[in-house]
Design a protein around this ligand. Structure first.
Ligand code: KIV
Length: 268
């Protein structure tokens, strides 16, 4: 596919201006990224949710920069069209903007990613500014920010109270002013999602932020129904792959035990 058809940060801006909704999904490996890109997704996020769905950690905190780069490299090898955004992992950008820039440069150079995403507002402004000076596009992330889970204590809906909602709006405007090209809003009231999307000129992509934002993102494993235990209200499952895969594996085991597999046609 030619470069002209590739999705860029500029394309996303045009989509917002035209009122066209932006689609975004996570991917962490070559095979899944191939399918998602081929299906026509606008953005693949190599999310630090890999820490949960790939590595089995309870939170996103343990995943390392090296591991994020490994996942990003696998995804980048697969794609022809979409924009690939990679999460800066916990500990790689908070409190030290030089470290943040060097982490972002490693992601861009070693994985050949197109942009990075990081969580937080004014507390990470220095890191955002420094990353942007290197010409690296930055996507913000506000609302429920899973890297701060031990500060929140729970994964419940954020910014329901006026004070927190006001802080979120201020942070969203700051991220736009700093030069972020887009913003993810996670698990906030739909009315607040609408207010932020209307107030900003950059695209606002929601996960549990209602129907009025400029685009939607889901974790691919959740969309496919691979995780049985994760059931937030915002999740729409398009498949029940847990049952399908389990059924296929059970059938395979039965076929091996009964000597049905392999048959005469399946051998040399
Ligand atoms: O890591 C991730 O998958 C994310 C999405 C939930 C937006 O940040």
């Amino acid at each position: 596919m030619s470069d002209a058809k590739r999705i860029t940060t500029h394309t996303l801006q045009e989509m917002k201006a035209a009122g066209e909704r932006i689609s975004m999904l996570t991917a962490y490996d070559y095979s899944m990224a191939t399918i998602i890109d081929d299906a026509g997704i606008d953005i693949i996020l190599v999310g630090d949710s890999a820490s949960n769905v790939i590595a089995g950690h309870e939170t996103t905190l343990p995943i390392t920069l090296d591991q994020m780069i490994y996942h990003a490299q696998s995804v980048i090898r697969a794609i022809h069209r979409c924009l690939v955004v990679v999460d800066l992992p916990f500990g790689s950008y908070q409190g030290n903007s030089k470290k943040a820039l060097s982490a972002a440069i490693r992601i861009m150079k070693e994985a050949e990613a197109h942009a990075v995403k990081l969580e937080g507002g004014k507390e990470v402004r220095t890191s955002i500014k420094r990353i942007l000076t290197a010409g690296i596009p930055v996507m913000g992330h506000l609302g429920l920010t899973p890297q701060s889970i031990y500060k929140f204590g729970t994964y419940t809906v954020r910014a329901k109270e006026e004070e927190e909602a006001k802080r979120l709006i201020d942070d969203a405007k700051l991220l736009e002013d700093l030069g972020c090209f887009a913003l993810v809003l996670e698990k906030i009231p739909a009315a607040l999602g609408k207010q932020v999307a209307e107030a900003l000129s950059i695209p606002v992509i929601g996960i549990g932020a209602g129907m009025h934002v400029d685009g939607q993102v889901l974790v691919m494993h959740d969309l496919l129904g691979i995780n049985k235990e994760f059931n937030p209200r915002f999740l729409r499952r398009y498949l029940d792959l847990y049952s399908d895969i389990k059924g296929a594996v059970e059938q395979y085991i039965a076929d091996v035990k009964s000597r049905d597999f392999p048959n005469k046609k399946e051998q040399y």
